[in-house]
Design a protein around this ligand. Structure first.
Ligand code: CA
Length: 234
């Protein structure tokens, strides 16, 4: 199946190069050159993934990302020009899945896109189609993680969680008390060993804690082992 990628980037030559590279890799591409039309295409053209530049005329990349997230879980990789934009890009309020700092290599681009498309290919199974299987349910305190339904309940209420957050929680919870380094988590949950930035893990843990912990600053479930990594406390 041909996957469709939306490139939102105002610089014509960068947009052209990205689109050319992507079509060489076998993707169908569509392009937008400003935030407003990018947002509109994101919501009407059903892309499988979006490359979104931060600096755009009119509506900037941050606003576009936020607005897309209000309506869609499509994977979004943000393109940033500066390292110091990274924290904001991955921040809780935006909801981007990943980022790349310019300049990036074609190899890196290809790896990131593949990893993010793979994540999104795991569609949540419709509720009616699943027979509850005891083995697919992890219960800890007030948390219930249903690994077949891709569903997390806290206090019997379904939590709004992204696939990446879910995968991280599931990975940790399936091996409680085992400490994983950030690199190990990147490798296992994100699926790319060399291109990821360990901050991606920290930010996703932070987002997850906001959702599952009573007090994110005093986490009960996902615990930081200082200098080593994270573990799930069952
Ligand atoms: Ca730009």
């Amino acid at each position: 199946m041909e996957r469709k990628i939306l490139v939102i980037e105002d610089e014509q030559n960068i947009n052209d190069i990205l689109s050319f590279q992507l079509s060489k890799d076998g993707y169908k591409t569509i392009s937008a050159f400003d935030g407003v039309s990018g947002l509109e295409m994101a919501l009407t053209q059903n892309p499988d993934l979006i490359l979104l530049d931060v600096m755009l005329p009119g509506l900037d990349g941050y606003e576009v990302c936020k607005k897309i997230r209000e309506q869609s879980n499509v994977p979004i990789i943000m393109l940033t020009a500066r390292e110091d934009e990274v924290d904001k890009v991955l921040g809780l309020e935006l909801g981007a899945d990943d980022y790349m700092t310019k300049p990036y290599s074609n190899r890196e681009l290809t790896a990131r896109i593949k990893a993010n498309l793979r994540r999104s290919a795991i569609e949540p199974v419709p509720v009616a189609a699943v027979e509850d299987d005891v083995n697919s349910i992890i219960i800890s305190g007030d948390l219930t993680i249903n690994t077949e339904r891709y569903e997390v309940l806290k206090d019997n209420h379904v939590i709004d969680i992204t696939l990446r957050e879910f995968e991280l929680l599931k990975f940790l919870a399936m091996q409680p008390d085992k400490i994983f380094s950030r690199e190990k988590l990147l490798e296992n949950v994100w699926g790319y060993e060399y291109y990821g930035d360990v901050r991606t893990v920290d930010v996703t843990v932070r987002r997850l804690r906001e959702k599952i912990e009573d007090d994110p600053s005093m986490p009960k479930y996902i615990i930081t082992k200082r200098g080593v990594g994270y573990y799930f406390n069952k």
